[in-house]
Design a protein around this ligand. Structure first.
Ligand SMILES: [Zn+2]
Length: 281
């Protein structure tokens, strides 16, 4: 398929890479261990897109460790399809060096971080040390800057507006925020509008169609829809479901006088030149 990049996909096996608090809360909230992705399954399901970003995840505080080495070995089998991103908990000793090694030795090409899961303040010295390394390596950074169902996850570090100061400090760093910063999409839109190299993905929002519509209309009204990427947050949603959900976004206002998200905006997101904007091609 045809010019589509999924900028947000996970791998990892239940009880091997994903356990602890996160798995307990997945089962508490969803009734099953949703995060269990054999690599063959990921490769098959990602046939629906041309390219996909595959994320490591280093969040030992909540029981998740999808190692950089594991992702690097996987994407190396499919170099024409997949791009691997490292993840480093900024609280680790020598975190900047771990990132540098993941890029230079393992061939990973970006950084995934998540203050709410890794228990750090985005404007702390440890965070800045890691971001300085990303900036020097000229790699993009994906932030989970939004809420979660996980209990042991401080909301105080999760607000999109916290990245305003980060982007001011690192003006050349390519960054994007997952899930339009849900539920704080207005903060997200205000933040990415200010900073030329800040973007967002719309992954995993379509199961909340009302919020999705208002978040997207907010992006339309502030003129930032050209900064939105297509992503799934696989395995939490599928490519097909995410495409359908985006193309159906106006369904909640059918038969009303409410404005519609323009078709050109929808197709623009689906066919975004995401990898070029992130400096990955
Ligand atoms: Zn995700």
């Amino acid at each position: 398929m045809k010019g589509i990049v999924d900028c947000h996909t996970h791998v990892g096996l239940a009880d091997v890479h994903v356990g602890g608090e996160l798995m307990a809360d997945l089962i508490r909230c969803w009734g099953k261990p949703l995060w269990h992705v054999p690599l063959e399954q990921h490769a098959a399901d990602m046939e629906a897109v041309d390219r996909a970003i595959v994320l490591a995840f280093d969040a030992p505080d909540i029981g998740v460790q999808v190692p950089n080495e594991y992702v690097a070995a996987y994407v190396a089998q499919h170099p024409e399809r997949f791009i691997g991103f490292a993840s480093v908990d900024p609280k680790r000793p020598r975190a900047p060096y771990i990132l540098e090694d993941a890029v230079k030795r393992l061939g990973l090409r970006g950084l995934k971080i998540a203050p709410i899961y890794q228990h750090f303040d985005p404007n702390s010295a440890k965070a800045y040390a890691l971001l300085e390394a990303a900036d020097a390596l000229k790699i993009p950074v994906l932030w989970h800057q939004g809420t979660t169902f996980v209990r042991d996850a401080p909301l105080i570090h999760a607000r999109p507006v916290l990245l305003d100061e980060v982007a001011t400090r690192f003006p050349e760093l390519r960054m994007w925020v997952a899930h339009l910063g849900h539920p704080w999409y207005e903060e997200l839109v205000a933040t990415i509008r200010k900073h030329p190299h800040m973007y967002a993905d719309m992954s995993a929002l379509h199961p909340r169609p009302m919020q999705y519509y208002f978040a997207m209309m907010s992006a339309v009204e502030y003129g930032v829809t050209d900064k939105l990427f297509f992503g799934t947050d696989y395995p939490f949603t599928t490519v097909e479901g995410s495409l359908q959900g985006l193309r159906d976004i106006n369904r909640v206002v059918e038969g009303t006088g409410m404005p519609r998200v323009p078709e050109a905006v929808i197709e623009g997101i689906i066919h975004r030149n995401t990898l070029a904007l992130l400096g990955l091609v």
